[in-house]
Design a binder for this molecule. Structure first.
Ligand code: HEM
Length: 260
């Protein structure tokens, strides 16, 4: 049989994956399911693109990294905008099916956690929320022990003459990214003297700002929909989410801005 639009995209399977649980049916549950599934697809693509960026950094492929950061930051902007759609869900409408979610929560999104780990925000305690026997758990542990995008960024900077301190080079990769003054000083020099690199650094900052925006929009979404209720995942809800609100992915890029 000839390949068609539907068979290539496996649409029969894809469109069979939305299974609202409310009985009698609650109209808005379909939106809730589809928007989360759409986000999971974006997470999948982000993971794919950042794996490429790691290789671009290792191989000193500046234009490859620029092209792909342009893509990831554009996807991130779309992810932020999609919050508008979820905000058409009113608190009362959400309460009408919230019980059906039981303990399920974005908290358990393994791909989101993989993205955090891949970018360098490693929080081992988050492994507690994933079932240890699941394949997803294995994936997350692997990400935990792999070098992050920031670790590979150090490789790239080194190839452009930046001194990366030895303790940073040999650091335990299961720990989160930490700001470093020597790296920041090297970045400042490149920013001022290498216009091609400035383009890359600005795109990285765009992505970073976009991710923080997503966290902010998600918190406001949570606040307006459930207020101070605890999350279905068992956290304190808004209070828990605020802890990572202004967390940068590339702290050294933010540290030098007043000197530019
Ligand atoms: C009515 C809409 C939503 C509500 C009320 C809500 C609520 C919450 C709450 C309370 C948490 C904290 C963990 C917990 O105890 O459950 C959380 C975490 C999370 N949610 Fe949502 N959420 C909503 C929509 C979304 C959407 C559309 C996404 C997109 C994927 C999402 C992704 C996440 C992620 C990834 C986390 C973990 C964040 C982190 O660990 O920093 N949520 N959500």
């Amino acid at each position: 049989m000839d390949l068609t639009y539907a068979t290539y995209l496996k649409l029969d399977q894809l469109l069979d994956l939305q299974a609202p649980r409310s009985q009698p049916p609650e109209h808005d549950e379909m939106l809730f399911i589809i928007v989360h599934q759409a986000y999971e697809l974006w997470f999948k693509l982000q993971l794919h693109e950042f794996e490429k960026i790691k290789q671009d950094f290792i191989n000193n492929n500046l234009y490859g990294a620029i092209a792909t950061f342009k893509r990831t930051r554009t996807i991130m902007k779309t992810m932020v905008e999609q919050v508008d759609i979820v905000e058409t869900l009113t608190p009362m409408s959400f309460s009408s099916f919230r019980d059906r979610l039981e303990n399920a929560s974005g908290f358990q999104s393994v791909q989101f956690r993989e993205l955090e780990f891949l970018l360098g925000y490693k929080r081992p305690q988050m492994l507690r929320y994933v079932q240890p026997e699941s394949p997803a758990y294995g994936r997350l542990v692997t990400r935990m022990h792999e070098r992050s995008v920031v670790d590979c960024f150090y490789d790239f900077l080194e190839q452009h003459g930046v001194t990366i301190p030895a303790d940073l080079r040999s650091r335990d990769v299961t720990l989160p990214t930490v700001p470093n003054e020597t790296v920041a000083a090297g970045l400042l020099e490149l920013y001022k003297n290498e216009p091609d690199l400035e383009i890359l650094f600005e795109l990285m900052t765009d992505f970073d700002e976009g991710f923080q925006e997503w966290r902010y929009r998600h918190i406001k979404l949570v606040e307006r929909t459930i207020g101070s209720k605890r999350g279905t995942g068992g956290s304190l809800g808004v209070e828990f989410l605020k802890k990572s609100l202004f967390l940068p992915v590339f702290p050294d890029l933010w540290a030098i801005r007043h000197k530019l």
